[in-house]
Design a protein around this ligand. Structure first.
Ligand code: UT7
Length: 333
């Protein structure tokens, strides 16, 4: 931890990065696995393909590519990082944390590293955590990663869910600054009473792994899609609105809205309720599917790398997921 002065500390976003497993699974490929078709998947979700990790590729491996790209783009040495936070629902193992595996893969030692679980809202929860740690003066340079390999917890015999999920990782380097205040606001929420609408019931202390839990596909994502959909739209609208109000900015000030990429119809409904035209909404769901903790950060990274965002632009990230959890933030690129 560097010596920090008395002035109020803000956050500067130095860079982002992203990484996807090589293998791509198209809708046509899925037609060979379950009773589905390209027309249904595209019209009901907007998805056309998703990346799928190799059998020997873990979440920390995918995270490593994203972290390295962010470090390179930030023009820092990995050794300058003094905290690693990984948002994920598909850790390499229950423990140690994926952040610890990532630390070693980056050639780092001794700095703190931990995972954060807030399902699809994980990266935005991570932004809140990074902001608080930096503003308090506790850490100076944070590597924040959103990484998931949902293919590893997917029931490939269930057409209701297996067409929806993909794998990938995004990373962000955040640094303490006396001049910048790049995280203008964060608004987070959760309601645990909806837990059984979107969950992986077995493998934890509630229902330890057994032959029965494996046979019942209870180590895979189970979702009541329609109920999740109904809750997702109002909660994402609320999270985005709260974040904008907290930031002191107006909807017109926001250059780009980057919503969680779970369903094109959810994205369009949220945009409509916020009175934002779709040309100000970033969508990459057709290429990635739903990657839970990684969606908003991989989309942000793509928007930056393709020139849709320039230094100084304001962006809203907003997400909703299992828990239920939700979150929105206003950030300056
Ligand atoms: O990331 C965390 C948050 N997650 C979300 O936000 C996901 C929210 N939910 C959704 O995106 C949508 O509910 C889904 C995409 C999961 C499903 O779309 P839906 O319009 O709610 O469809 P449904 O589940 O009501 O199913 C409609 C029909 C059913 O057939 P019947 O009962 O009408 O004969 C399903 O069996 O579509 C059928 N169906 C399929 N057909 C072809 C379901 N999945 C498929 C499929 N291919 N893959």
């Amino acid at each position: 931890m560097g010596k920090l002065m008395n002035k109020k500390l803000g956050v500067e976003i130095l860079a982002t990065g992203s990484s996807f497993p090589q293998k791509v699974l198209t809708n046509a490929d899925l037609e060979k696995i379950v009773d589905t078709n390209d027309e249904w998947i595209v019209s009901r979700t907007g998805m056309r393909q998703r990346h799928i990790a190799a059998p020997n590729e873990a979440t920390s491996d995918v995270a490593l590519g994203a972290a390295r790209q962010a470090i390179e783009s930030a023009k820092i040495q990995a050794g300058e990082i003094d905290l690693i936070v990984v948002a994920t629902v598909t850790p390499d193992m229950f423990f140690p944390s994926t952040a610890c595996f990532l630390q070693t893969k980056l050639g780092l030692k001794n700095i703190p590293a931990f995972d954060l679980l807030a399902a699809c809202s994980g990266f935005i929860y991570g932004i809140g955590v990074a902001k608080a740690f930096i503003e308090s003066g506790m850490y100076k340079t944070i590597l924040l990663v959103g990484a998931d390999c949902l293919s590893k917890i997917t029931n490939w015999t269930d057409r209701n869910t297996c067409v929806l999920f993909g794998d990938g990782a995004g990373a962000m380097i955040l640094r303490a600054s006396e001049e910048k205040n790049a995280i203008l606001s964060v608004s987070l929420g959760a309601d645990g009473s909806y837990a059984d609408l979107l969950y992986m019931p077995a493998g934890g202390s509630f229902k330890p792994a057994s032959h029965e839990t494996v046979d019942a596909f209870e180590h895979t994502t189970i979702m009541k899609g329609k109920d999740v959909f109904k809750n997702a739209v109002p909660k994402m609208v609320k999270a985005a609105e709260e974040a904008i109000v907290k930031s002191g900015k107006k909807v017109e000030d926001i250059k780009l809205f980057i919503p969680h990429q779970a369903n094109m119809r959810i994205i369009e409904a949220v945009a409509k309720k916020l009175s934002i035209s779709m040309d100000r909404v970033f969508v990459n769901i057709h290429k990635t599917g739903n990657i839970s903790s990684a969606t908003t950060i991989t989309a942000l990274d793509e928007a930056i790398r393709t020139g849709k965002l320039q230094k100084g632009d304001l962006v809203v990230l907003v997400a909703f997921g299992g828990g239920f959890t939700w979150g929105g933030c206003v950030i300056e690129i």
